[in-house]
Design a protein around this ligand. Sequence first.
Ligand SMILES: N[C@@H](CCC(=O)N[C@@H](CS)C(=O)NCC(=O)O)C(=O)O
Length: 391
Amino acid sequence: MSLTLYYHPLSSFCWKVLIALYENDISFTPRLINLGDADDRAAFLKLWPIGKFPVLRDEQSQRTIPESSIIIEYLDQHFAGAMRFIPAAPDLALRTRLRDRFLDLYLHMPTQTIVFDRLRPSDTRDPLGVADARARLRTSYAMLEAELPSAGWAMGESFTLADCAALPALFYAEKVERFGDALKTVPAYLDRLKARPSVARVVAEAEPYFHMFPNEREPTLRTKLIAEPCRRSRRRIVFLGGQGNPARASGRVTMRFMVIVKATRDTEAGVLPTTEEFAAMGRFNAELVKAGLMEAGEGLHPTAKGARIAFSDGKPRVMRGPFGFTSDLTAGFWMLKAGSLDEVIEHMARAPFPSGEIEIRQVYADEDFGETFTPELRERVARLRAQAGNS
Ligand SMILES: N[C@@H](CCC(=O)N[C@@H](CS)C(=O)NCC(=O)O)C(=O)O
């Protein structure tokens, strides 16, 4: 057997190549690479210093072939079977390669951005990068929804390179950014892909490793040493025990946040949102509710209808609005509960504001006040909250 595939069963880019190998029943030696193992890693880097798998080694031709798309094209040229992954017609071949690039670059890569971010220590997360990646995924979903055929495969009747690329891209993308009800063609296509025997085999072989896939709400809770196959080499082994918020172990979120919407000249002038803006905000709030974050959200009348009370020497002095416009005035707020500030940033970065600013502040929890807030005082406050229907 001249072919050896360096791979990991959970690695999405390896799935692409495995599907092609299984489709044409090409024999090969699978060589599972644990990038967390120093020897494995050193041997693999010798083969392909970039350190990303899959990599195919063909002993007969003495060639090392990296990059999933190139490997599939190499198999098509040298180990051709019933399935041809690059169509013979030049124009269709070009369009197939374009779809493969599209799926890798604009679906698969943003998904990796979101997954890798979950594995980072919380102080190095990149909420804006994640928000961008989600926006990119939604654009790509919409394009695929419009372009994919309602039956058959990505490029028509024949199963091609584009389908090999589509399965892992869509399979994992859907795990980090749900398709939602508006998409019909894309989920139906993914179902057709999953029903193919080559794909079912690849997914079944990955199943024992699925516990290594980081979920959104508990990325730091695994208490064992795991080798994460899809990370940059210097962070390859992640010790995840003992970090994070212990209350999240139960899946519960404990922190509360106030998101303050800063006033603008328009909000201070009492300019109300348009119907479209209301609808966009409604959709956004529905996402917050669905994600289990939203406790409340309200807009405020301009300061012209408000008042301030200043205290000096224990004496109140009432001042009625309007107050001079500054960007520190408040025009509205949300009350959210979430597992971390990053989680709130990730969601709020998608708020449908064309301009303006919002500020996110963590609400003190009883335990934040320490010993001076005695158990008796806490109990009294808890009773008052219950009476106010606020607990
Ligand atoms: N463009 C490459 C991407 C391969 C890739 O990102 N592989 C991931 C596994 S899914 C990897 O090896 N990651 C290890 C790392 O980045 O250190 C291809 O198409 O093969």
